[in-house]
Design a protein around this ligand. Structure first.
Ligand SMILES: [Zn+2]
Ligand SMILES: [Zn+2]
Length: 434
């Protein structure tokens, strides 16, 4: 029987890595990410002597961050697609450049990874060994993101990667009913215990807040992750006919320009291009000028205010009672964004790249602070809907719940068990025969 070993993302979000092994011992890795703020950042050790291929669901560092490590001694193909490779490269270069952590790889391995990349189109089956195949399907999470179907020794394993089943302005959702019957599901659990607000209502509330702030003469700072979220926010503003100035800063610019090279991955590419044309890019030099002028929307990473351009803009906005800071992504416990949201205090104890701050700062906010939950992950309702829409083989319906904290993964697995599924929240390093 084939085997699945979970090398990361077990009862945590971070270092996603799944090892699949066939009867004859051939190995394939799905994702190989890193986690942050921990001493041990890479997936756990496993003997990868028989590694024949790797495949990547999407560019986010918790999925792609450790892939270069696989290219220290290996010549294996990395199955991915052009947009995922390009944006991964941007993020990995950035990670290697700014990190103080001694990653056991660098630019050399990143180059080798690029040389060994092979592009797969969604829905096209790729052979990696006898009785061992991979197929990509749209995962609806960010542009280029895929779920991976592994067919090994006549078993079908579906690894969702990060998943979204509601349409966003940037991309189409995942389509579980387009999948073949599967035997084993490895599903993300990030929001398996929570519900997101209805998207339309949320968008309207967001626009109303932005327009109100701008009309009183203030600025709106939107700290947002540079990959996908910044561009989604731009599209929402434009969809509602927002006319005042919108600025992009930092990675949001670079990724937006990169997206223009991959028209097939964007839902309405013409609208995207039109929207992007009306957005102005901020250089380091004119940050202060823009912050001192009025009625600007500034979209800048990082999304949790841990550093980056957003922190510099924040300095000019936080004391102005007419301005606002709108957070548009999940704020992890312990991040400056979370503290700002919960306590109205911005506190940063260290200096990061792209941040010209020389000393620790602690400021009480005078401006409006609000949170809009524009998640790119399926919530509780949609994860269950996804499982319902799949065709699971009744004789071997294993479900593994990964990529969520302890509570999210174990509750999800427990609930599914109560509904008759053979479900497990695996622990790190565990191997299952299927
Ligand atoms: Zn992701
Ligand atoms: Zn992830």
């Amino acid at each position: 029987m084939p085997k699945i070993t979970f090398l990361g993302a077990c009862r945590e979000v971070g270092r996603s890595a799944v090892l699949i092994e066939s009867n004859s011992g051939t190995q394939c890795i799905l994702d190989y990410g890193v986690r942050f703020n921990e001493e041990e950042r890479l997936p756990v050790y496993s003997n990868l002597n028989r590694l024949k291929a790797a495949a990547l669901t999407h560019c986010h560092i918790d999925h792609s961050g450790a892939i270069p490590y696989l290219y220290k001694n290996n010549e294996i193909p990395l199955f991915t697609n052009p947009i995922t490779l390009r944006v991964s490269e941007i993020l990995l270069e950035d990670m290697i450049k700014i990190s103080n952590y001694p990653y056991p790889f660098g630019y050399k391995e990143l180059k080798r990874l690029k040389q060994h990349s092979f592009f797969l189109k969604n829905g096209v089956r790729q052979k990696i060994d006898n009785n061992f195949y991979l197929t990509f399907f749209n995962a609806g999470h960010i542009p280029g993101s895929v779920s991976i179907l592994v067919q090994v020794d006549n078993k079908k394993i579906l690894y969702t990667g990060d998943l979204n089943t509601i349409p966003t302005n940037l991309i189409d959702p995942a389509q579980p009913n387009s999948m073949p019957e599967i035997d084993v599901l490895i599903i993300e659990s990030t929001y398996s215990t929570t519900e997101h607000p209805a998207r339309n209502t949320l968008e309207k509330k967001f626009i109303d807040n932005v327009v109100n702030t701008i009309e009183t003469g203030g600025n709106v700072l939107i700290p947002a992750f540079g990959v996908a979220r910044s561009q989604e926010i731009m599209l929402i503003l434009k969809k509602y006919g927002y006319k005042n100035k919108i600025f992009f800063d930092g990675l949001a610019q670079k990724v937006a320009i990169t997206y223009t090279n991959f028209p097939d991955t964007i839902k309405d590419f013409n609208f995207f291009k039109k929207a992007l044309k009306s957005v102005e890019f901020i250089s380091r030099r004119n940050r202060l000028k823009i912050a001192k002028s009025e009625k600007n929307v500034i979209i800048a990473p990082s999304g949790m205010l841990k550093g980056g351009a957003a922190v510099e803009h924040l300095h000019h906005i936080i004391n102005d009672p007419y301005s606002a800071i709108y957070l548009v992504g999940y704020q992890i416990e312990g991040t400056p964004g979370r503290k700002l949201l919960d306590e109205g205090i911005f506190e940063l104890n260290y200096n990061q790249r792209n941040t010209n701050l020389q000393e620790p700062i602690k400021i009480r906010a005078n401006c409006d602070i609000n949170y809009f939950d524009f998640s790119s992950h399926a919530d509780k309702i949609h994860l269950y809907q996804y499982i319902n829409d799949l065709t699971l083989n009744k004789n071997s319906n294993f479900i593994f719940c990964v990529h969520g904290d302890e509570k999210a993964t174990t509750n999800f697995a427990g609930d599914l068990s109560n509904n008759g599924f053979n479900s497990i929240a695996p622990e790190i390093g565990e191997t299952y025969q299927i």
